[in-house]
Design a protein around this ligand. Structure first.
Ligand code: HEM
Length: 452
């Protein structure tokens, strides 16, 4: 274990709010509990946990206050998740955050996506080949393992100019075990009961850590696909050791690369997974996606221009992100005193801003629990209340890769659904687990069928 990775040997701090709320998040229906609490106690309510106050916010005015109007008073809260994220951009604040984000921003500028397009297509083609074999074998698969592999391959090709240099099946399982904070708690319990002395004695955790930490070097060491002159990976590698950019030390660069394989991969993987789940329950919607593809690009492969025309496919993605936002909670900690919703906020109070609660609030959305992609068709979108749709956050900490992920998802949907039908084979409706991300409890098992 190199010095740069030493921090990862520890588990997240037990005092972290992420762990404190884990009894709630591991309930069978965490989102129902949350919605009931807000109905009873209002759109801003505090929960006291020992010495700490945690406010749950779901009113868009309050959320705007924290994310936009008084943003400098609310710092990112990633305590307890350091072993996973290190000091990546998503976790830090202030001048350092600006210095780290600025040089990476051009790689997510709308003007670069056309250049990424052929690389995303290559990843989709490779998944089609894999699914043709899966369909022939009739094997049952965990769809999130599949979509994680696809999203990781897309990110590696587009941003790093590399074919995914690891086995996604192996890495997905291991990384999940490590990035799932509730699992840290289980390991810690085993530790306390004397079953485990050090984290590295726990085989599952040790393997997970090793797999997670090996990713940046595997990527850097892999052969470039096209030797593109400008890639995000190159920018990060060049910055390391540049005397004019001392903030990009080795640790920072490793953490930035890993960040893309979590924040930029698990989120897209979950979105695709939830879409396939919804399409199993609404086969007419899957049919409409196929028909739209047929009308726009017929029997050839879609081009960059074709993808921009797939309004219905895009609407299905946006509606799924409304119903099941992977980032169900954005966490912040107050720096100075403030007032929100009549409550006196004290320094170090924690704020949980919930896109899930906003998206399911009848004040902002008609029939909020109904799956209706039509609400995102051009023309109807304009009527939306500002800040009532927050899957990618808001304000200056808005998701850096939101547009890239939308392109990846629309492309994957149209390519895969034209060729396959997906059958959900789980026992009954999917249940939620609200860890750092909103994930299906126990996964989403599927069978892939080839369309004739
Ligand atoms: C459906 C897919 C995605 C969802 C739902 C999502 C959601 C989010 C949200 C809600 C935030 C803000 C968190 C906060 O305010 O605390 C965020 C930040 C971020 N996301 Fe995404 N994301 C997605 C895809 C991606 C992709 C594809 C990438 C890159 C390849 C990416 C990179 C980032 C980064 C770097 C940040 C941190 C930005 C900053 O702190 O300045 N995300 N994402």
């Amino acid at each position: 274990m190199t010095e740069a990775h030493a921090y990862a040997q520890t588990l997240g701090e037990e005092q972290s709010v992420w762990f404190k709320i884990s009894p709630f998040v591991s309930a069978d229906n965490p989102m129902e509990i949350l919605m009931r609490m807000s109905e009873k106690r209002g759109s801003c309510f505090p929960v006291r946990l020992k010495s700490e106050k945690i406010y749950f916010l779901s009113d868009i005015e309050h959320i705007r206050h924290v994310l936009v109007d008084n943003v400098d008073n609310y710092n990112k809260y990633f305590e307890g998740l350091k072993p996973v994220f290190g000091k990546a951009m998503i976790t830090i604040d202030g001048a350092l955050w600006q210095k780290i984000r600025k040089p990476q921003q051009p790689f997510f500028h709308p003007g670069v996506y056309e250049e990424y397009f052929p690389h995303l297509m290559a990843a989709a083609r490779s998944k089609i080949d894999e699914w043709s074999d899966l369909a022939a074998s009739g094997e049952e698969v965990e769809i999130l393992e599949q979509t994680w592999g696809l999203a990781a391959d897309m990110a590696c090709r587009a941003l790093f100019d590399r074919e995914m240099p690891f086995n996604p099946q192996a890495v997905f399982g291991a990384v999940k075990a490590y990035t799932d904070v509730a699992n840290h708690k289980a390991i810690r319990t085993r530790k306390m009961s004397g079953e485990v002395d050090e984290v590295s004695d726990d085989e599952e955790a040790a393997q997970a850590i090793a797999a997670w930490l090996s990713l940046p070097d595997a990527i850097s060491g892999a052969k470039p696909i096209d030797h593109r002159e400008k890639t995000l990976l190159k920018m990060l590698q060049d910055a390391q050791g540049d005397p004019d950019a001392p903030e990009f030390d080795r640790q920072q660069v490793l953490d930035e690369i890993k960040q893309y394989l979590w924040a930029g991969t698990e989120t897209t993987a979950l979105t695709l997974g939830w879409i396939f789940y919804l399409l199993h329950r609404h086969p007419d919607v899957a049919e409409k996606i196929r028909r739209e593809g047929e009308e726009v690009y017929g029997d050839r492969e879609p081009t960059w221009d074709d993808i921009q025309k797939l309004n219905y496919t895009r609407a299905v993605m946006l509606e799924t992100l409304r119903l099941y936002p992977p980032a169900w909670a954005l966490m912040r900690t107050a720096a100075q005193r403030d007032e929100i919703g009549g409550y006196q906020i004290e320094p170090s109070d924690k704020m949980v801003l919930s896109p899930y609660m906003v998206h399911h609030n009848p004040k902002y959305w008609e029939n909020p629990d109904v799956f209706d992609p039509g609400r995102f068709l051009p023309g109807r979108i304009k009527k939306r209340v500002k800040y009532s749709y927050l899957p990618f956050g808001a304000g200056k900490r808005f998701c850096l890769g939101g547009q890239l992920s939308q392109l990846e998802t629309v492309l994957a949907l149209t390519m895969l659904l034209r060729r396959f039908r997906l059958e959900y084979v789980g026992d009954g409706p999917a249940k939620f687990s609200a860890s750092v991300m909103l994930t299906p409890k126990g996964g989403l098992p599927f069978r892939v069928h080839k369309l004739s």
